[in-house]
Design a protein around this ligand. Structure first.
Ligand code: HT7
Ligand code: ZN
Length: 896
């Protein structure tokens, strides 16, 4: 199919103001009667009505109660003989569909005997013919009819207005949603479910009913999701004055879901992974993710649902803004400045390891793309995470209060509308006249239109005689597909200067009468700018891009001593962590480039790779009496293989893997006594709580155990693996249990096998835990080429199914994306496996297949023989005749 261009946007020729839907639910043949109140859009020249539809059986079309002529064109239902004038008319369409055959999980489908819908982005057209585009907003009244024994619970958006019995054991429920919404926010659920309920009162005193619907056996695992929902509601009201606008707000969990969750108006549908948690079955990370995803979907109620996107090119309008909001929510919930910084580091780590490569690869696109073939391929880290950074920069340019003013104006102007990214930025700027954002708005908006990660180069020069420090900042941005030349961006650079002993220096720019604090944000908007700081008594070390104030790559010629100073003293925790990462990255890159050393994992390096000063500095952080455990764990984690690879022009993935493994082993042995101390002193006392502080302690203890098992394995000692096994058996929560299991599995100790067996036996009825069991094994470091055969064996396990996205992700994605040493095989067998699985998955679920297809995005950076083998595998997929448009778009771009 041809690409859709943003420039071709045209308003719809018709409006649909109201819809009445009647569903007779049957897995094999569901009947859907749609009655729509339609009128011509007076702003558009008269033309036929073209309704989207996919995999539907059309039985009847009537206009104002009488049959009418129609034709099918490019899958659309085309109606030409419609009433003239601008009066509304009633269009009635009767169709059937086959939910049980819907393995794509888009539209109406059946999961474990329950009906679910997924309509974003274009799933509603798989339910009935419609103007399936976000700028057509209608009110919905939905009548659901189904067998009562099989489907006792019938849910849809809005309020339940009527329910009762029908003949033949059937029953019905009528739901009316008072809010106008685009079709992508429609939802229904019907099946055997139970709910945790909670009544709450808003600040204004209105009562609301909250429900979390799950399968009967899962009710005990819904408390955290409900608490997260209540916290989200309170937070949005307190921080942005945005109340819950519904009498009833429901979350429903399903184990068959393409993504994390979906913000359907008043009826959010969630992947079970982001709802169900108990201390015995979920890790601290699971608990944190649930809080964040519940928040994210709830926050969409305003940013996405009340104000929605004009077209899908504007997707980041709702996603970037809502990610920013969920990030802020998690930070506010975390509480302490240190816990906030940990969250920021985690978010930036995702951005840099996933989004930066996307922005440098064949799928690079602006935050507001210019074209797409398949919109599902554009639910990307660029739209979400980079989009959130673009919102964060606006927040930083106008300040916290200014941002709140901008949000207020945005809703005053656009509540109930379908709008654009420009509208959002305009509201922010107009609410903050005189701000840097408002003065440079058009220029700032290049962040929406230009793809690629800008590089900022900083060169400092100290003049002892003049007591000045000059900082020259320059920016550039590499070409991306379709965008050869880039204009300069508006880049907020938050910075400080450290004296030789690490003290924060007062900042006084040339021309200023007095120093103005020890930190400030300068705005780099030209290709090159120079800042001169005066009254600088000694050569300083600059701390730049604090808190990662812009999504850029910062190049600065730091010496090891500079970085050690920043690691020890920077008042900005982000840059403290960053200094440690730069030191480790530097060692990794130098070791990769060094001629000596074999490529066996963890072997072949005769000399020490880590300079003693770095080891000592890391030891200082690990033993630091004031720093939080979560922060220590982040500082002591090596940059990932993906991140290291991204810094190289040509990547030998086995060499990267070997060097990183060698560094891990060196850190494990050099700090062995410190890891023992860390493990012993970070044990839980008291009841399990998943708060950031307790989670941080468990994370550090888990990292320590992993390092201790690694060192022990290299030394042929079994004491720590034995302790890990004991802990695995006796742990009182999943975090400790899983960390112990992972320590055994990743160190390759023989106790890993009985532990894995025991884990499976303990949790065999719990799909989410079994997903962890699969994922851990699929990501286990390769030893002599055993990873791929192990993955193939896992796929033969009776619990494996390609049809369930969570399970497919736990094995195939964990191997292809999370096990670089096992996946990038010199014989190309990892890539051949990838091609095979992309094709198999594509026949079942193109959205999931297209995500897997992205695993080889960065193939052109690979050294031979990997490069050739990867290209061949991509070409094999591309050569397949019956490919979905989803996968075709990804592989075509990869080969372009
Ligand atoms: N807005 C949603 C994005 C989405 C999605 C969710 C589930 C399955 C398919 C989907 N396609 C698009 C999720 C969100 O960002 O909140
Ligand atoms: Zn979202």
């Amino acid at each position: 199919p041809a690409a859709i261009q943003r420039q071709d946007y045209a308003p719809p020729a018709y409006w649909i103001d109201a819809v009445q839907l009647t569903f007779d639910l049957d897995p094999a043949k569901t009947r859907v009667l749609s009655k729509m109140q339609v009128r011509r859009n007076p702003q558009v020249a008269p033309q036929p009505l073209r309704l989207d539809g996919e995999e539907l059986n059309l039985a009847r079309v009537q206009v104002n109660g009488a049959g009418t002529s129609f034709k099918m064109e490019d899958g659309q239902l085309v109606l030409e003989n419609l009433p003239g004038g601008h009066e509304p008319f009633e269009l009635e369409i009767f169709t059937t569909c086959q939910p049980i055959k819907n393995t794509q999980l888009s539209g109406l489908y059946v999961s474990e005997g329950t009906f679910f819908t997924q309509c974003e982005a274009q799933g509603f057209r798989r339910i009935t013919y419609f103007l399936d585009r976000p700028d057509v907003m209608a009110t919905y009244s939905v009548l659901l009819r189904a067998d009562k024994a099989a489907y006792p619970v019938l849910l849809s958006n809005g309020n339940l207005v009527e329910s009762g019995e029908l003949d033949d054991g059937r029953h019905f429920a009528r739901w009316v949603d008072p809010h106008k919404k685009p079709s992508y926010l429609f939802a229904l659920v019907a099946g055997k479910l139970v709910a945790r309920e909670q009544k709450i009162k808003s600040r204004a005193g209105t009562e609301h009913l909250l429900q979390v619907w799950v399968r009967a056996g899962d009710l005990g695992k819904t408390e955290h999701a409900m608490n997260s929902l209540m916290a989200s509601i309170a937070w949005d009201e307190a921080r942005f004055n945005l109340p819950l606008d519904l009498e009833r707000f429901m979350i429903v969990a399903t184990s068959d879901f393409n993504m994390g969750a979906m913000e359907n108006k008043g009826l959010n549908v969630f992947n079970t992974k982001y709802v169900l948690a108990s201390q015995a079955t979920a890790t601290d990370v699971d608990f944190a993710n649930i809080e964040s995803v519940v928040g994210h979907e709830y926050f969409h109620n305003w940013t996405g649902n009340r104000v929605t996107c004009r077209d899908w090119f504007q997707l980041s309008l709702k996603e970037g803004l809502t990610v920013f909001r969920d990030q802020e929510f998690s930070m506010d919930m975390a509480g302490s400045p240190s816990a906030r910084a940990v969250k920021r580091i985690e978010d930036v780590r995702v951005l840099r390891t996933v989004q930066f490569p996307e922005d440098a690869g064949p799928m690079a696109h602006p935050v507001r793309p210019d074209s797409y073939v398949e919109i599902n391929n554009f639910y990307t880290v660029t739209i979400y995470e980079k989009g959130a950074e673009v919102v964060r920069m606006q927040h930083n340019l106008v300040g916290r209060e200014g941002f709140a003013r901008g949000m207020k104006l945005y809703f005053e102007r656009h509540d109930g509308q379908a709008v654009t990214c420009d509208d959002f930025a305009a509201a922010m700027a107009d609410a903050n006249p005189g701000s840097e954002l408002s003065r440079r708005l058009e220029h700032f908006k290049r962040w929406y239109s230009q793809a690629g990660t800008p590089r900022v180069k900083a060169v400092g020069q100290y003049d002892a005689a003049a007591q000045t420090y000059t900082l020259q900042l320059s920016q550039s941005c590499p070409a991306t597909p379709g965008q050869a030349d880039k204009q300069p961006f508006v880049i907020p650079v938050t910075l400080g200067l450290l004296g030789p002993q690490g003290a924060a220096l007062p900042l006084q720019l040339q021309g200023e009468e007095q120093p103005g604090g020890t930190e400030r944000t300068v705005v780099l908007h030209e290709a090159q700018q120079t800042l001169t700081f005066t009254h600088v008594a000694q050569p300083p070390v600059p701390s730049l891009l604090r808190a990662f104030s812009a999504p850029v790559v910062l190049e600065c010629d730091y010496s090891d001593e500079d970085l050690l100073l920043l690691l020890a003293h920077d008042s900005d925790p982000f840059n403290r962590w960053e200094a440690g990462q730069r030191l480790l990255l530097r060692v990794a890159i130098e070791s990769i480039a060094a001629p000596a050393g074999g490529t066996g994992a963890g072997a072949g390096f005769d000399q020490r790779l880590l300079p003693p000063a770095i080891v000592q500095a890391l030891q200082g952080v690990l033993r630091h009496p004031q720093l939080d455990a979560a922060f220590k764990e982040l500082v002591l984690s090596l940059p990932s293989e993906a991140y290291i690879a991204e810094q190289l022009d040509t990547v030998d993935p086995q060499r990267v893997h070997a060097v990183r493994e060698a560094l891990r082993l060196e850190l494990a042995t050099a700090l062995q006594a410190d890891w023992e101390w860390a493990f012993e002193t970070h044990q839980d006392s008291g009841a399990y709580r998943p708060d950031p502080q307790s989670a941080g302690r468990r994370a550090l203890a888990g990292a320590a155990l992993s390092m201790l098992c690694l060192a022990a394995q290299a030394q042929g000692d079994s004491v720590w693996p034995g302790k890990a096994y004991q802990r695995f058996k006796s742990a009182g929560n999943m975090t400790d249990r899983f960390n112990a299991l992972a320590a055994l599995v990743t160190s390759g100790h023989e106790l890993a096998a009985p532990a894995l067996q025991r884990f499976h036996a303990l949790f065999k009825g719990d799909a989410l835990v079994i997903d962890k069991w699969f994922a851990l094994q699929a990501a286990t470091p390769d030893r002599a080429g055993d990873a791929l055969p192990a993955v193939r064996a896992l796929m033969q396990h009776p619990d494996f199914s390609l049809k369930n996205p969570n399970r497919a992700r736990s094995v195939i994605f964990s191997y292809c994306n999370g096990n670089p040493g096992g996946f990038h095989r010199a014989d190309g067998a990892g890539y051949a496996f990838w091609a095979e699985q992309v094709l198999q998955l594509d026949a079942i679920n193109p959205q999931v297949a297209a995500r897997l297809a992205r695993s080889l995005d960065r193939w052109s950076k690979l050294a031979e023989p990997y490069r050739g083998a990867a290209r061949e595998a991509i070409a094999r997929v591309a050569g397949h005749a019956a490919l979905s448009s989803d996968v075709r778009e990804v592989v075509t771009r990869a080969l372009a």
